[in-house]
Write a protein that binds this ligand. Structure first.
Ligand code: ADP
Ligand code: GLC
Length: 492
């Protein structure tokens, strides 16, 4: 196929800045697209935490004018670097009044009050950057609400701009819960004209909804798993946008994320105590002992150790876990939790650790090396999510022979196959009801298999470790969407 010029815009990109899986995707997908021969470039904000020296970022000549309506024209600096171990250029939009802060979107759990201006600015800067570079993208690939204004801008402000004559847009929805809803005054900053402030485009309950605008205006939409692409068409998972998404179902796709196995493989992982692999599992026990030591848990080889890593957000089922935890503590198990987020959850789980120091340990904070250690050391990995667009941790777990216990929703349902004792098949344990009882029952089932069906547990580990969710596959899925977008545009 024709080699495409693709500009991927995201609010976070590994390794420069990350709060969740979006950064993993934005850091990995471009490399796989590059490997398919495309000219791919990435653009993100230059947050305070993006270390210019460490990544050797170079200041581009000249500054970038970004028209911001009543705020006038603001001037951004642009830095240039590459995605590590690749030649994929990454452009960083620097404007300290917006991005020179410690948090990406919030501080101390409180969202910044000018997030509308920050990300409308960023979206416009992406367009202005393409012009400055004389880059004529075939595709601008946008992600979540932060960059969802781009398809709107392309179809309005830039509709007759020669630079974008052949440009189409894709919006990937990583999480429909967050839509970028703001006071309608942001329409003036966006500057596409109040004519677009209507229920069929950007307006919702008299406010502006940026993701909604993106869904309407993008040439195609992708949700990050097949199941999630179905779920967001229902009122349970649609966050109020289900009718719109149903209306746009003709352009909705469900390409599953891949994972970066250079980062997440027990045979090569530099952040774990001892490497191991499917035919040499000894290192996993060493990792388990090291984790127990690190968290002051009793050093017991045969106790089922359950790991949890993630944002402490309602989405992740922390309410279910909190409701179940005292009954789980009656079992002979150990749990290690790593996470940060909702303050009540941080306090609650820290308190569980105080009550059950021999069974429950937690680390409140964000720590990549600990995440790797937990993946490597645990026997099982718990993800009781209420919804999960894709989920990456359960996929990492598979590779480490750490058996996922998941609620069957979104990507969790698509990536994990339930254990079948009769055929010794499957890769994990699934439950369906979002209830503490279902969660507890499934943990008990997993613990029972671990303790009394060693052959079955061994088979689960083997099945899990053989599974692959390569980015090269996912990139082909995206390539197919890009092709459709381009074909669609040339039809009109
Ligand atoms: P989400 O994007 O909803 O947070 P994903 O499962 O897609 O969920 O991705 C989460 C990513 O963030 C994983 O790479 C996970 O290891 C990482 N992560 C989440 N919380 C933490 C934490 N407290 N410390 C280290 N890594 C974390
Ligand atoms: C979101 C979702 C998560 C998904 C990630 C990357 O943050 O919550 O399920 O894996 O984006 O697409």
């Amino acid at each position: 196929m024709k080699k495409l010029t693709i500009l991927l815009a995201a609010s976070e990109v590994v390794p420069f800045a990350k709060s969740g899986g979006l950064a993993d995707v934005a850091g990995a997908l471009p490399k796989s697209l590059r490997a398919l021969g495309h000219d791919v470039r990435v653009v993100m904000p230059r947050y305070y935490i993006v270390d210019k020296e460490k990544y050797g970022l170079k200041l581009m000549e000249g500054s970038l004018g970004v028209p911001m309506g009543p705020l006038g024209e603001l001037w951004a600096a642009v830095y240039e670097g590459v995605l590590p171990s690749s030649d994929v250029p990454v452009y960083f939009i620097e404007y300290d009044a917006f991005f020179g802060r410690k948090g990406l979107y919030d501080e101390e759990g409180k969202g910044f009050s000018d997030n509308d201006n920050r990300f409308i600015f960023f979206s416009k800067a992406v367009m202005q950057l393409a012009k400055k570079l004389h880059l004529h993208p075939d595709i601008i690939h946008t992600n979540d609400w932060h960059t969802a204004a781009i398809p709107v801008l392309l179809n309005t402000t830039y509709a007759y701009d020669e630079n974008f004559k052949n440009t189409g847009t894709l919006l990937t929805i990583h999480n429909l819960e967050h839509q970028g809803k703001f006071y309608k005054g942001a329409m003036d900053i966006l500057g596409v004209g109040w004519g677009h402030f209507n229920a069929g485009e950007l307006e919702e309950y008299d406010g502006i909804n940026l993701l909604k605008g993106g869904i309407v205006h993008a040439d195609a939409i992708n949700a990050v798993s097949k199941k999630y692409a179905q779920e967001i068409r229902t009122s349970e998972f649609g966050w109020g946008l289900e009718s719109l998404i149903n209306e746009k179902a003709y352009k909705l796709h469900g390409v599953l994320n891949g994972v970066d196995y250079d980062e997440w493989s027990p045979a090569v992982d530099k952040l774990i105590t001892q490497n191991f692999d499917i035919d040499a599992m000894g290192g996993k026990l060493a990792c388990k002992e090291a984790l127990q030591r690190r968290f002051n848990l009793p050093l017991r080889k045969n106790v089922p150790l359950i790991g949890l890593v993630g944002r402490l957000a309602e989405q992740k089922g922390i309410g279910l876990l909190a409701a179940a935890i005292w009954r789980l503590m009656e079992l002979d198990i150990q749990i290690v939790l790593l996470g940060a987020g909702e303050k009540w959850a941080e306090r609650f789980f820290s308190n569980v650790a105080v009550h059950y120091p021999e069974k429950f340990a937690c680390y409140i904070g964000y720590q990549n090396d600990v995440a790797h250690e937990i993946e490597a050391a645990s026997d099982m990995f718990l993800m009781p999510s209420l919804f999960e667009p894709c989920g990456l941790n359960q996929i990492y777990s598979l590779r480490y022979g750490t058996i996922p216990i998941v609620r069957a929703t979104g990507g969790l349902d698509d990536t994990i196959e339930n254990y079948d004792a009769a055929h010794k098949s499957g890769t994990g344990f699934k439950f369906y009801d979002a209830t503490p009882e279902a969660l507890i029952g499934t943990v008990k089932w997993a613990v029972d298999v671990y303790n009394h069906d060693k052959e079955g547990f061994g088979a689960l580990q083997k099945n899990a470790m053989q599974k692959r969710f390569d980015w090269s596959e996912a990139a082909k899925g995206y390539e197919a969407i890009y092709e459709q977008i381009i074909a669609g545009r040339s039809d009109t």
